[in-house]
Design a protein. Structure first.
Length: 113
């Protein structure tokens, strides 16, 4: 097999502890406890992150609702201004007619069609 360039790969063991080690069973149990604790910590961390994300989602929903309310109120105000012309337009007309009167009185010749 070496001649063909193929080499056997050995299966990787979970614990590289030799069988003749005197306290192998206790050491393996301690390693298993560490793995379980690490897994539990990862699960707890995921749960915390998920809760934080849901809280952030709730906050963004509230913020978007507030923005929507502000936008709608602004749109209502703009519509009311379009429906009810303000006094500025009337004052502008008065000013225009006042100036027109001054021009007409100052002019010598008026051409009407």
């Amino acid at each position: 097999m070496k001649a063909l360039g193929i080499s056997k790969t050995r299966a990787k063991h979970d614990n590289p502890i030799p069988n003749l080690y005197p306290f192998k069973r206790k050491l393996i149990e301690a390693l298993e406890r560490k793995k379980k604790n690490a897994e539990n910590e990862r699960k707890a961390k995921k749960l915390r992150e998920k809760e934080e994300q849901s809280a952030m989602d709730e906050m963004t929903i509230v913020e978007s609702m507030n923005r929507t309310f502000v936008y709608e109120s602004q749109m209502r105000l703009e519509e009311e201004e379009k429906v009810n012309p303000t006094l500025e337009g009337k004052q502008h007309n008065k000013k225009f007619y006042r100036e027109l009167n001054q021009v007409l009185t100052a002019s010598d010749v008026i051409c009407l069609k």
